[in-house]
Design a protein around this ligand. Structure first.
Ligand SMILES: [Zn+2]
Ligand SMILES: [Zn+2]
Ligand SMILES: [Zn+2]
Length: 164
C-alpha cells in the first residue's frame, strides 16, 4: 500500500501559503498550548510531510530528529494538539488514523483496492454541507473520513477491494 501512496498520487497539499510553521506555533499559543521542544519537532514533521502519516510514522520521524523524545510523548502530544485545534486526524480506509495540521485539512477519496488517495476541493461538499445545516442543523465534517470507492486503474484491472 505504501508504495502506491508514494508513486501514483497527487502531491499532498502543504499547509498553504498563509500558514507557516510560525503561524502554527502562534495558533498553538493562542489556543492556550505551550510550545515545547517535542511539540515543535512534531509540528515540523507534519509541516514537511509529503503524504499522510500515522502516529507510528510520526513518532519515527520525530525520533530521527530528537532521539530523546519517546513514543508515548509523541502520542500524548498528538492528542493534546488535537484538543488545541492545531492538528486533525483523517481515517483513510481501515488502517490507523493519519494526522495533518488543521491548517491543511482537506477531504479525500480513498481507493479500497490499492489504497490510493485523491484530494478533493472542499467546495464539492457545499451542497451537502448546506442541506445538512438547513434541514437538520447538522455541521458536516467532510475531512474526518475519506470517501471510499475504487480508482479508475483498479476498476479497469478488476482489482477487488482489499479485505479489511
Ligand atoms: Zn490528504
Ligand atoms: Zn486503486
Ligand atoms: Zn476519528
Amino acid at each position: 500500500m505504501e508504495s502506491v501512496l508514494d508513486v501514483d498520487l497527487l502531491p499532498e497539499p502543504r499547509a498553504g501559503p498563509a500558514a507557516s510553521p510560525q503561524d502554527v506555533l502562534d495558533l498553538l499559543r493562542t489556543n492556550g498550548g505551550r510550545v515545547t521542544r517535542s511539540r515543535r519537532v512534531l509540528l515540523d514533521v507534519l509541516f514537511e510531510a509529503s503524504r499522510h502519516l500515522n502516529a507510528e510514522e510520526i513518532a519515527e520521524a520525530v525520533a530521527r530528529v530528537e532521539p530523546a523524545v519517546n513514543m508515548s510523548t509523541v502520542y500524548r502530544n498528538l492528542e493534546e494538539l488535537q484538543h488545541l485545534g492545531v492538528v486533525v486526524h483523517t481515517h483513510l480506509g481501515h488502517g490507523p488514523a493519519t494526522y495533518r495540521l488543521a491548517a491543511s485539512a482537506h477531504p479525500h477519496l480513498y481507493c479500497e483496492s490499492c489504497g490510493g488517495i485523491f484530494h478533493l476541493p472542499p467546495a464539492v461538499f457545499d451542497e451537502l454541507v448546506g442541506v445538512a445545516s438547513r434541514e437538520h442543523g447538522f455541521t458536516v465534517d467532510a475531512n474526518h473520513f475519506a470517501i471510499p470507492g475504487r480508482c479508475a486503474g483498479c476498476v479497469a484491472k478488476g482489482v477487488p477491494p482489499a479485505a479489511p
